[in-house]
Design a binder for this molecule. Structure first.
Ligand code: PLP
Length: 402
């Protein structure tokens, strides 16, 4: 077992526990040589974009992996959200969580659709269906659920509400590739779902995203929208933008898919190691994949109850940062506290007590290929040492602040 003395903590002037910073969301990299082989092939073919063979193969791979009929790959997840929101006819008001990455709301606002912020459930960190119901007005056209951290939304309840009120229901599944809900892969729920393959996500294409759906008519429309509305050479039949994925991105994605089990297995091992270290620590709790479901464990999410733990989340994050453990305060402070929403909707926070609480108490810890059991045992020792001496730590941090 790794033991750390109080005085050896970096906040007290000791050397940082890690010489190199440990990041949340460090890119996962598959087999480098296979990637290079694919890139050479792309260069030889001189086919770099516009629905090339690698993009088509990547879309096929995503379809198989998620068990869905259609996949429309895009240049990033935000563009996928924007295309989908427009494609299903969202306008007026759309209900979204505030406890998410800002892109979920921006994708609406960018198209002059008003995001109406809804609170989440403290257990799952996803939309609370009973709160959703209260926010529906005659202007509401849809609901965007976010499978935050790969935790599935309460899909059935949201679907019932959407049906009852004739609303479009889509999901931002940016975190949830490889996760299941009721034993079925995320990707097949609602009208359609969106993945992000940004460098920080469990599978990456450098930048990239995709819309997946079983609705072939919708997919056809989205393919037109993705490519300026071109139906064939010189023939524009629809308003479109440029949302295409490049061949080199698709090559990265195909290469990543060959190692995805490796990525998620490593994450699971790391999660279990964190659990061993932190589960019994008073005031800390780890978010767990629901019983019977598969998770990708790409985010290690810890809630800090400062009353019980003795230190606040922010204090603990500072202690870890000094050790080169770059814990993150996702998704602080909540989208409703960011511009333009903060100014446009100053009262939004009144209905978001859980969001505010989570923004204050949640941190995510480094995992992935760069982190192993030994590192996690050191991180555990740092956390436990700091929490065993909250007074001294707080005094020390106050000096840093000063
Ligand atoms: C990453 C992310 C996005 C945006 O995806 P990009 O590919 O970076 O545009 C949207 N929503 C959530 C929840 C995300 O985490």
């Amino acid at each position: 077992m790794t033991v750390t003395s109080l005085q050896s903590l970096a906040i007290f002037g000791g050397p940082p526990a890690f010489a190199e910073p440990l990041h949340v969301g460090r890119p996962n990299l598959g087999d480098r040589e296979r990637l290079m082989g694919r890139i050479e092939d792309i260069l030889d073919r001189l086919w770099f974009t516009n629905n090339g063979p690698y993009v088509q193969a990547f879309e096929r791979r995503v379809r198989e992996y998620c068990g869905v009929r259609e996949c429309v790959a895009t240049c990033n997840g935000t563009m996928a959200l924007e295309l989908l929101m427009r494609g299903v006819g969202m306008q007026g008001e759309v209900i979204v969580p505030s406890y998410t990455f800002v892109a979920t709301a921006h994708a609406l606002q960018w198209q002059e659709i008003r995001p109406v912020f809804c609170d989440v459930s403290p257990e799952t960190h996803t939309l609370d269906p009973s709160r959703v119901r209260e926010l529906i007005t005659p202007n509401t056209t849809g609901i965007v659920g976010v499978h935050l951290w790969g935790q599935p939304c309460e899909v059935d309840a949201l679907e019932a509400i959407a049906n009852e009120h004739d609303l479009q229901l889509i999901f931002d599944a940016s975190h949830a590739l490889g996760c299941t809900h009721q034993g079925r892969p995320i990707g097949g729920f609602g009208r359609a779902e969106v993945f992000s393959f940004h460098a920080t996500k469990v599978l990456n294409t450098f930048e990239g995203g995709a819309i997946v759906t079983d609705d072939s008519d919708l997919a056809e429309k989205l393919r037109l929208m993705r490519n300026f509305g071109f139906e064939s050479k010189d023939q524009v039949v629809y308003l479109g933008s440029n949302g295409k994925m490049s061949e080199i991105s698709a090559a990265m994605g195909l290469t990543g898919f060959e190692s995805i089990e490796e990525f998620t297995d490593r994450n699971l091992v790391n999660f279990e190691a964190y659990r061993e270290q932190l589960e019994s620590v008073e005031g800390l709790s780890l978010l767990k994949t629901p019983e019977g479901e598969r998770g990708n464990h790409h985010y290690v999410v810890v809630t800090v109850d400062s009353e019980e733990a003795g230190l606040t989340r922010d204090e603990l994050v500072h202690v870890l940062e000094k050790e080169n453990v770059l814990a993150r305060r996702y998704f602080h402070p909540g989208v409703h506290r960011m511009e333009p929403y903060r100014s446009d909707q100053p009262m939004a926070g009144l209905v978001l007590p859980v969001t505010d609480e989570l923004s204050r108490t949640v941190m995510t810890l480094p995992t992935g290929q760069a982190v192993d059991a030994e590192a996690i045992s050191r991180i555990g020792a740092i956390v436990k040492t700091a929490l065993a001496n909250p007074e001294s730590v707080r005094e020390c941090l106050a000096e840093w602040e000063g």
